[in-house]
Design a protein around this ligand. Structure first.
Ligand code: IPM
Ligand code: MG
Length: 346
C-alpha cells in the first residue's frame, strides 16, 4: 500500500510526521512518499499543486495531508494561492464527499464554552459536498464598469452531484443512528430547492432512515442548542465549511478533529480540519490528534482496515481519558510527546 504524504505548510509537517509514525506502528509494511502542496510548493515550483504531486496522489492508495497556507502567501490579490492546491487536489481526485465526525470526549467536555448538558454525548457525522457549489461554480470574475466594481461567484449544482453525496450520507447513517439532516436554504436559493427535492428522492431508497430538512441558519443555531439531536448532517460545500468549524467548538479544540475526503473509489485525502496555524508552527505545540484520527479514517476507508482504525481511535480515547493534554487542551505536552503517548497506548 502506497501512502502519499503532503505535509504542506505551518504545523502541517509536525502533525503529519506523528500520524505517519502512528500508522507505521499499527500497520507494518506501508510505503510512504512525500510531495509538495500549498505555499511550500509555490516557493519551490511556482505552483500550489505541482503535476508530480497530482500524479503521485492519483496512483496512491491514500493521501495524508497536513495543512496549507500562511501569512507569507496571504495576498488576496495573488494569482496563485496555497488554498488552490487543496481545492485542485479535491477536484483532480473527484473527492466529492468530505466526512467530518465531531465527537465530544467526555474527559474534555469542560473545555467547551458550552454547558456540559448541551454537549455530553454529542456524536455527529458531517458529510460536506466538496467539489461543486459556490467553490467551483462558473462564471466567476470581477469587473469594473463606470466606476462600479462588481464581483461574481456562481452557486451551481446538478442533480447528479447532489444525489451521490446525499446517497453516501444515507449509507453512512445506516451504520449509526439512522437519521439524516439535509441542510439547505430552500426558502431562498434555487440550488437549494433542487438539493431538497433530490434528498427527498434519495430517501425513498432508504425507508429505514429518517430524513429531516433544516435551513442552514436555523441549523447553525440548533448545533449550539440541540447538538445531540444530529446524527448525519449533509450539506453543500460552503454551508458544510461553515457549519463544521462551528461544530468543532463543541469538541473543545479544533486540534482534535479529523476528516476524510472521498470519491467513488477507495483512494481518499485525509487531513485534520484545523489549518496551518502559522503562529505556533515549528514550536512543537500543535495537537497531533486531529491528524492521527485522520490516519485512523485512512485505515478504515482507503485501506479497508477497520481493526487498525479502531485501535488508533481507542488509543487516542485512552490517552485523553488518562489526562494527556497539549497546549490547546490546557496542557504541557508537546506534539511529539502527545503522539508518543498514543503509540504507547497502542
Ligand atoms: C477547509 C478549509 C478550506 C475550505 C480552505 C483552506 C480552502 O477551510 O478544508 O474547511 O474552505 O474548504
Ligand atoms: Mg473550512
Amino acid at each position: 500500500m502506497k501512502i502519499v504524504l503532503l505535509p504542506g505548510d505551518g504545523i502541517g509537517p509536525e502533525v503529519t510526521e506523528e500520524a505517519r509514525k502512528t500508522l507505521e506502528a499499527v500497520i507494518p509494511g506501508l510505503s510512504f512518499e512525500e510531495h509538495a502542496i500549498g505555499g511550500i510548493a509555490i516557493d519551490t515550483t511556482g505552483k500550489p499543486l505541482p503535476d508530480a504531486t497530482i500524479h503521485a496522489c492519483k496512483s496512491a492508495d491514500a493521501v495524508l495531508l497536513g495543512a496549507v497556507g500562511g501569512p507569507k502567501w496571504d495576498d488576496p490579490n495573488a494569482k496563485v494561492r496555497p488554498e488552490q492546491g487543496l481545492l485542485g487536489l479535491r477536484r483532480a481526485l473527484d473527492l466529492f464527499a468530505n466526512l467530518r465526525p465531531v465527537k465530544v470526549f467526555p474527559a474534555l467536555a469542560e473545555l467547551s464554552p458550552l454547558r456540559l448538558e448541551r454537549i455530553e454525548g454529542v456524536d455527529i457525522l458531517f458529510v460536506r459536498e466538496l467539489t461543486s457549489g459556490i467553490y467551483f461554480g462558473e462564471p466567476r470574475f470581477r469587473e469594473t464598469n463606470g466606476g462600479v466594481t462588481r464581483a461574481v461567484d456562481t452557486l451551481s449544482y446538478t442533480d447528479g452531484e447532489i444525489r451521490r453525496v446525499v446517497q453516501l450520507a444515507f449509507r453512512l447513517s445506516r451504520g449509526r443512528r439512522k437519521r439524516v439532516t439535509s441542510v439547505d436554504k430552500a426558502n431562498v436559493l434555487e440550488s437549494s430547492r433542487l438539493w431538497r427535492s433530490v434528498a427527498n428522492e434519495v430517501s425513498k431508497d432508504f425507508p429505514d432512515v429518517a430524513l429531516e430538512h433544516h435551513l442552514v441558519d436555523s441549523c447553525a443555531m440548533r448545533l449550539i442548542t440541540h447538538a445531540k439531536q444530529f446524527d448525519v448532517v449533509v450539506a453543500e460545500n460552503m454551508f458544510g465549511d461553515i457549519l463544521t468549524d462551528e461544530a468543532a467548538v463543541l469538541a473543545g479544540s479544533i486540534g482534535l478533529l479529523p476528516s476524510a475526503s472521498l470519491g467513488e473509489g477507495k483512494n481518499g485525502v485525509y487531513e485534520p480540519i484545523h489549518g496551518s496555524a502559522p503562529d505556533i508552527a515549528g514550536k512543537g505545540l500543535a495537537n497531533p490528534i486531529g491528524t492521527i484520527l485522520s490516519a485512523a479514517m485512512l485505515a478504515r476507508h482507503s485501506l479497508g482496515n477497520e481493526e487498525a482504525a479502531v485501535r488508533i481511535e481507542r488509543a487516542v480515547e485512552r490517552v485523553i481519558t488518562d489526562g494527556a493534554r497539549t497546549a490547546d487542551l490546557g496542557g504541557k505536552l508537546s506534539t511529539s510527546q502527545m503522539a508518543s503517548r498514543v503509540r504507547e497506548a497502542l
